[in-house]
Design a protein around this ligand. Structure first.
Ligand code: NAP
Ligand code: G4F
Length: 343
């Protein structure tokens, strides 16, 4: 039986990865930071909350990762923990850098100092492409981050490559494009859209306020992407891989599809900060722009090329954009109608 340690196990990807590894017969250990209230709703929703062995873990604390390595001698470490919300990184740039940049170095240093042979996965991000230098982004595209989050993740990516090359540590970096699911955090735009529209439908909210409707992302399903993380650690050599779907859609497209799935029929009107969407059946405005959600510097559009992962890892995303949106809308519709939105 292999042993895996997942940091960020309480987050979206951590929950899906834990379920996937348990199904593969792994002993799954998870790192959780101390908080005033338990935060295991995603693991509970997947029915695996009691199948995981939990350890104190904070990205700020070197001793945590050293103890875990000593105690459980993991075969694989997946570093998914992060301050992962781009907008928050503009307000908390120092904290974001401590966690998302130096936090990764702490884990790599622990691996080097202990001589652990664990294989290491770093959760890198398409946010590093930022102001895109190629129309379609691949492992060869120059990086140009546009947020403190993107800059911190860029450090983490390169320090992972450096420890691979300098210290012969099996350290893989997955440059993952946006991946979503019904377990997505509520502040990210996709989940904000499906949850708020579901609330409007059930008369628990009046309006959905969004920032840049023209931003476009290559959105995939998180359940498909965690399989790619695992495949990176099973490959014969550690490397860097892009995981993406190769399709891009705007925030406006996402709203239109989600609204359709929830029974609204939207008519878009106006432009810029005055753009709105009206529900044709009630004639009510249900979506409007609020500049408070604009970013100080934006990543306008992302679209990834997953050819290397397909060739070397035999990885391909399965869920389509339409299936993803419908699945999220349906899950939030159920939660809101049951009055049970736990995360
Ligand atoms: P998420 O849902 O925000 O989960 C983040 C996890 O990190 C949570 O478990 C959180 O714990 C934990 N965490 C935060 N601060 C911590 C700290 N100081 N010490 C220890 N743990 C801490 O993120 P996700 O969407 O699953 O993403 C997983 C990873 O992939 C992240 O590193 C993210 O930056 C990266 N990524 C995500 C995407 C995407 O589209 N989802 C794309 C590319 C890369 P709490 O539950 O206690 O908050
Ligand atoms: O959903 P978002 O907040 O995701 P973003 O910034 O692309 O970051 C996510 O994907 C990255 C991978 O590329 C991850 F590394 C990162 O951890 C995270 O998972 O925003 C998507 C787009 C942005 O352009 C944003 O400006 O949607 C736009 N947007 C428009 N209105 C909004 C809103 N974003 C949010 N969160 N809230 C809005 O009201």
């Amino acid at each position: 039986m292999k042993t895996a340690f997942i940091t960020g196990i309480t987050g979206q990807d951590g929950a899906y990865l834990a379920k996937f590894l348990l199904e593969k017969g792994y002993a799954v250990h998870g790192g959780v930071r101390r908080t005033a209230s338990m935060n295991r709703g995603r693991l509970a929703e997947l029915g695996i909350e009691n199948e995981i062995q939990y350890h104190d873990f904070d990205l700020l604390e070197l001793s945590n990762i050293v103890s875990v390595i000593d105690e459980i001698k993991p075969d694989e470490i997946y570093n998914l923990a992060a301050q992962s919300f781009v907008a928050a990184s503009f307000r908390q740039p120092l904290l974001t850098s401590e966690l998302d940049a130096l936090g990764v170095l702490r884990i790599l240093e622990a691996l080097r100092m202990t001589g652990s042979q664990a294989r290491f996965y770093q959760a890198s991000t398409s946010e590093m492409f930022g102001k895109i230098q190629d129309q379609i982004q691949s492992e060869m595209t120059p990086l140009y981050p546009r947020s403190p989050y993107g800059v911190a993740k860029l450090f983490a990516h390169w320090i992972t490559v450096n420890y691979r090359e300098a210290h012969n540590i099996f350290a893989a970096s997955g440059i993952l494009f946006n991946h979503e699911s019904p377990l997505r955090g509520q502040e990210f735009v996709t989940r904000k859209i499906t949850l708020t529209l579901a609330k409007i439908k059930h008369r628990n909210a009046n309006i959905l306020e969004l920032g840049n409707l023209n931003a476009a992302r290559d959105w995939g399903f998180a359940g498909d992407f965690v399989q790619g993380m695992w495949k990176m650690l099973q490959h014969k050599v550690a490397d860097t891989y892009v995981l993406a779907t190769g399709r891009t859609n705007s925030v406006r497209d996402f709203v239109t599809h989600a609204a359709d799935a929830l029974g609204f029929r939207l008519a878009w009107e106006g432009d810029g900060v005055n753009e709105t969407a009206r529900d044709r059946s009630t004639n009510r405005i249900v979506v409007r722009v609020n500049p408070a959600f604009f970013r100080a510097s934006e990543v306008d559009t992302l679209i990834g090329c997953p050819a290397k992962a397909e060739r070397d890892l035999d990885w391909k995303p399965k869920a389509t954009f339409e299936e993803l949106v419908e699945g999220m809308a349906s899950a939030d519709n159920d939660r809101v109608s049951r009055g049970c939105v736990l995360f």
